[in-house]
Design a protein around this ligand. Structure first.
Ligand SMILES: Nc1ncnc2c1ncn2[C@@H]1O[C@H](COP(=O)(O)OP(=O)(O)O)[C@@H](O)[C@H]1O
Ligand SMILES: [Mg+2]
Length: 247
């Protein structure tokens, strides 16, 4: 990988009580790289994402963003959260705020932008995700796919250095999955650094630079999509792929 590293995890271990959920994780994500993380339920994929923007602490190892260790608290931590955008399975929009207000809110509160400037940028981003004409609506008036695109626009409004997606299409009806994946494909083409937990293998094949396969808290494989899908090395990955590709 020639690109400069943006996100680096070195020998990271995380426990929930007695449960060892991340085991000696080493992962480097270069600037502009798209890494898809797959693996069975409970293998630690969400925990991995959550440690990278420090929604979870770790017991040992180091995580750096752009060469800097993750800050532990205070203003530096708030800045980190803005620099690493996160999109979850559940969209977590504010129900009593309009789409435009949802995208503008943190820009004003965290980035300290003026309301006008924040709204202008929100409109640009809503246009980019195909939702400018929905700006005045409330989340409940939108489909799940539209709400997820608002959540992506909201994260992008903070001008993040990287974006983490944790199963962003898992809660969506099938006909809405593609409109969200298309926004993500475009982001990837635009050079955004992304970690994407997803079982959408078409996305992984088309947009990922690497596929990371996790099982039992370990990274078992970390390879190109082509190599991984045509020739998985581990029995765990073979077994997993045969299950998800069959349904
Ligand atoms: N807050 C928590 N407290 C205790 N155990 C947790 C917590 N979150 C996740 N776990 C456990 O950690 C393991 C990894 O979970 P998770 O990272 O959510 O896996 P995945 O996203 O791959 O399904 C699972 O065994 C899960 O039950
Ligand atoms: Mg998960």
């Amino acid at each position: 990988m020639a690109a400069d590293p943006l996100i680096e995890l070195r020998n990271v271990n995380k426990y929930y009580g007695q449960l060892h959920v991340l085991r000696d994780i080493d992962l480097t994500v270069g600037k502009g790289e798209v890494v898809v993380v797959i693996g069975p339920s409970g293998s630690g994929k969400s925990t991995l994402c959550r440690t990278v923007n420090r929604l979870e602490t770790i017991e040992s190892g180091t995580i750096t963003l752009d060469g800097q260790p993750l800050p532990a608290e205070g203003r530096a931590l708030a800045r980190l959260r803005a620099e690493v955008g996160m999109v979850f399975q559940s969209f977590n929009l504010f129900a009593h705020k309009t789409v435009l207000q949802n995208v503008s809110l943190a820009q004003v509160k965290v980035r300290r932008r003026k309301r006008d400037e924040a709204d202008r940028r929100s409109r640009e981003l809503l246009d980019r995700v195909g939702l400018l004409n929905q700006a005045g609506k409330y989340p409940a008036q939108l489909s799940g796919g539209q709400q997820q695109r608002v959540a992506i626009a909201r994260a992008l409004a903070m001008e993040p250095k990287a974006m983490l997606f944790d199963e962003p299409t898992s809660a969506l009806d099938p006909e809405m999955i593609n409109e969200v994946l298309e926004v993500m494909r475009q982001l990837a083409r635009d050079g955004m650094t992304m970690i994407v937990v997803t079982h959408e293998m078409g996305f992984a094949r088309a947009s990922a630079n690497r596929v990371v396969f996790m099982a039992d808290g370990r990274i078992v494989e970390d390879r190109s999509p082509e190599a991984f899908f045509t020739n998985p090395r581990s029995d765990r990955a073979k077994d997993f792929l045969s299950k998800i590709l069959k349904h």
